[in-house]
Write a protein of this length. Structure first.
Length: 516
């Protein structure tokens, strides 16, 4: 008996030690960027505003700022500058992803890939509520990461325009959280806005299921607030209403598929429209569009101050639900295995199982193609477009998927320049930061991509990256390779996967989401 007790105690002790090791802190990616004053010589600089190219140029950066741009001919680089030859190469501004979601473990699984693929600024569309969350990155986390990245102490993109947690009108709120998050009473909207404003948020994100009544209550209050209304267009709210309430950004590619559907009012009047959305309805939406109404809505949106972030990636994943080869792409080795098993696979299985209409035709591919067609129409009519990927969503990879998003925009019919603008100058303008970012000009922050080939010839050339500069720190080819290797190691790390699972199980927000 004594021997058995000793064995049991030893076993428990071993489990405890193993648990503590697995859930001990995990180090973020090492900062392999090199600070200094740089002279990038003999470069072709792309003007993303008008598409012109200045050839054989030298660009100087000091203290993270572009200080001089001049033809390389007869220009003598000061001896204090480190020379980088960009002969035959092209320079574009650092890229922006305008729809992401970050976790507590983003320094391990997201940040290295953002910088690896030249995404220097991101707009995160998630956050926390009343308390620090174990799973989701909070505003304080994102601020700290940005501050440390700018100081050269960590690898991270710059986080802009801090966000609230998604506001859905109640289902997303744990029972023991303050009642004002549910927006049930007059005055709750003001309390919610004041709460997030005190945290430092710049925007309140709404989700698809929020009722028209609660949306109106919140949107009306936000008209007199410095915070912006952003996010999904709620199912029970028309696009016209969202524009009247000055919703600054509308997310995802389904916007006009819903808004221009000939029987949209009947759908919205269903007892539970969200649960009624199925493959047969998707087929009707893709085939029964009111073209005149759609043109009028696009014109109205173009004249407004609202922007569209189509995140084509979110529809494409469902369209690829039957494509095993695409799902096994080696790029997905960068993602924790448990994320793929617990989050991605159920989405793909659901799309496969529920994606066939009554005629036995798989609808997700057609739905995706219709969304691309409407993106081209909207862009042609002047709707303001931003590039975003919805990082965390199924088959979306931080950094890498932004290049995929740009390629899908061009496949839809946008020019390579228009696609580039959506991830550079347009993103900076939306964020009211165009005086510092978005184009390559003297006085602007040195966020740059040095590309081996011209992206205006082929948008896929944005992926052929020779070097990345973030805030004046240079990540050369070797450093970029190190970041990608680190990311792959994290994706296969038992410790990182243990952190991912434990943080999700401990999060009241995730538990509430699962229960919902």
């Amino acid at each position: 008996m004594k021997k058995l007790t000793i064995i049991m105690l030893a076993f428990i002790g071993l489990l405890t030690i193993t648990y503590n090791i697995l859930l001990s802190s995990i180090a973020p990616a090492p900062n392999v960027g090199a600070e200094g004053s740089y002279a990038i010589t003999h470069a072709n600089i792309i003007n993303v505003v008008d598409g012109s190219i200045e050839t054989n140029m030298t660009l100087l950066t000091e203290n993270g700022v572009i200080t001089k741009i001049q033809t390389s001919q007869d220009f003598k680089v000061p001896t204090s500058f480190k020379k980088i030859s960009a002969k035959g190469k092209y320079i574009i501004p650092g890229l922006w992803d305008m729809h992401t979601h970050s976790l507590k473990i983003s320094p391990q699984i997201h940040h290295p890939l953002y910088i690896r693929y030249g995404v220097t600024n991101i707009r995160d569309m998630s956050g926390c509520m009343i308390e620090n969350d174990s799973f989701w990155a909070c505003i304080d986390d994102r601020r700290r990461w940005t501050k440390e990245a700018l100081a050269g102490k960590r690898v991270s993109p710059r986080y802009v325009l801090q966000s609230s947690y998604q506001t859905d009108g109640g289902d997303e709120v744990p029972d023991d959280f303050p009642a004002f998050f549910k927006l049930n009473k007059q005055g709750d909207a003001k309390k919610l806005i004041n709460f997030y404003e005190a945290q430092g948020a710049a925007q309140i994100k709404v989700h698809a299921k929020i009722s028209a009544e609660k949306y109106t209550r919140l949107a009306t209050e936000l008209l007199n607030s410095p915070l912006d209304l952003v996010g999904h267009k709620p199912v029970n709210v028309s696009l016209e209403q969202a524009l009247v309430y000055k919703q600054k950004s509308l997310e995802h590619a389904r916007i006009f598929l819903f808004a221009c559907y000939q029987n949209i009012e009947a759908f919205q009047n269903l007892e539970n429209p969200v649960k009624s959305f199925n493959a047969n309805l998707m087929r009707k939406m893709s085939e029964q569009q009111d073209s005149e109404k759609c043109a009028a809505l696009m014109d109205k949106m173009a004249k407004s101050n609202s922007w569209w972030v189509p995140t084509l990636s979110t529809l494409r994943s469902a369209a690829l639900a039957n494509n095993i080869e695409a799902q096994n792409d080696v790029i997905f080795n960068n993602i924790p295995s448990l994320m793929k098993i617990l989050f991605w696979q159920p989405d793909l299985d659901r799309a496969k199982k529920q994606g066939y209409d009554t005629q036995g035709k798989f609808v997700h591919g057609d739905f995706f193609e219709k969304a691309q067609h409407q993106l081209k129409q909207a862009s042609d009519r002047g709707v303001k477009i931003l590039a975003g990927t919805d990082t965390l969503d199924t088959m979306v990879i931080a950094g890498y998927s932004l290049h995929e998003e740009l390629a899908m925009m061009v496949d839809a019919g946008l020019s390579p320049l228009k696609a580039l603008q959506s991830a550079t100058i347009s993103a900076a303008q939306y964020s009211n930061l165009q005086d510092k970012f978005g184009s390559i000009e003297v006085g602007k922050i040195a966020d740059l991509l040095i590309l081996n080939q011209n992206p205006l010839d082929n948008i896929k050339n944005t992926r052929d990256i020779a070097a990345v500069m973030f805030n004046g720190q240079l990540f050369d080819k070797t450093a970029l390779s190190q970041l990608e290797q680190y990311s792959k190691e994290q994706g296969n790390s038992i410790k990182v996967n243990a952190h991912f699972l434990a943080s999700a199980l401990k999060s009241p927000l995730i538990r509430q989401q699962i229960a919902d």
